[in-house]
Design a protein around this ligand. Sequence first.
Ligand code: NAD
Ligand code: DAU
Length: 351
Amino acid sequence: MNKTILITGGAGFIGSHVVREFVLKYPEYRIVNLDALTYAGNLENLKDIEHLHNYTFVKGDITDQHAVLAIFQEYQPDGIVHLAAESHVDRSIVDPMAFVMTNVIGTVNLLNAARIIWKDNFEGKRFHHVSTDEVFGALGNEGYFTEETKYDPHSPYSASKASSDHFVRAYHDTYGLPIVLTNCSNNYGPNHFPEKLIPLCIHNILNNKALPVYGDGKYTRDWLYVIDHAKAIDLVFHEGKNGDSYNVGGFNEWQNIDLIKELCKQMDEKLDRAKGSSAQLITFVKDRPGHDLRYAIDATKINKELGWKPSVTFEEGLSLTIDWFLSNQEWLEHVTSGDYKKYYDNQYKDA
Ligand code: NAD
Ligand code: DAU
């Protein structure tokens, strides 16, 4: 095998799609998936590829600097694709320190380990940091986030991701570490953990439970099918310009309430339920504190420079996503048993 690529957080939602993309597309690479298997990490996400010769799983916590260095020394990765993170905004409001630990300290541990094993000889090496559009803050009704937009994070989650982005750039500017960053909008698709809006609503419709809409439901997000994000990461990792960041988005803005209505419509059709029955579950609940009004990505740079664009429309992607959840209800049962119930009952007391 000609290269070792270490992917962190590869048992999570997006990470598992990135691992699959790399393992299948590059049989000549050894892909090492480093993941702590928190509540969000699930090896069931990788069942179809775990037997392949170029795939290795390593259980490890990126907040543990000694463990991280030992793993880097053992596997000697040529490239890092860093996705491991605490990723849910609502959880960051309850427990910000977990986000500082994994998203900030964990990222710095990886940067240090990369410097140490590469001995500041960076030929053929690359550190790809996967980040979010939330670092840019909130837009009004107009405008887009570009790569030049100033950082203005509001939630503990986005503040921790912004901090990690700054550390990655600082290691490039200070030590010459070869880096690329991607800042992506909201993903959806297979394996999405049901604490997030779309899979939470799919799960609740299946169980005839309330669909909790924060505030007036007019908050706006740009949604991208997860496999399109994985392909963008592959492209930027291999072809992105050293030191640059790339915005990745779906050109696909939805107000939450309209998105939920579209989801209800598709669910009614697929479940053969009376038209309008799922929408009756919509329940307006207390708003998220510090809720960002609107995110919208200008993905012109990655489109013009690297030729990337989304491959499916939102309606197609949503249909594929619902079909996946309907065919994988055992997966949904597994991830919503145990601790998820405690989290759900606490978060949605008034739903
Ligand atoms: P996720 O919560 O589904 O998965 C996170 C993964 O990281 C899990 O497998 C978990 O076990 C692992 N992990 C957590 N803490 C760890 C630690 N201390 N050590 C090792 N592994 C640990 O997250 P996701 O939605 O797949 O997001 C992946 C990355 O993409 C994150 O960095 C996130 O900020 C970024 N991102 C997510 C979205 C989105 O819409 N979900 C959009 C843009 C960017
Ligand atoms: O923009 C990229 C980000 O998208 C990623 O960096 C994050 O990791 C990811 O979690 C996601 O953050 P959001 O906060 O936008 O996603 P979430 O699915 O939690 O919420 C989407 C919108 O729906 C948001 O406006 C809040 C709202 N919402 C969410 C939940 C969970 C509700 O109205 N009700 C809910 O129960």
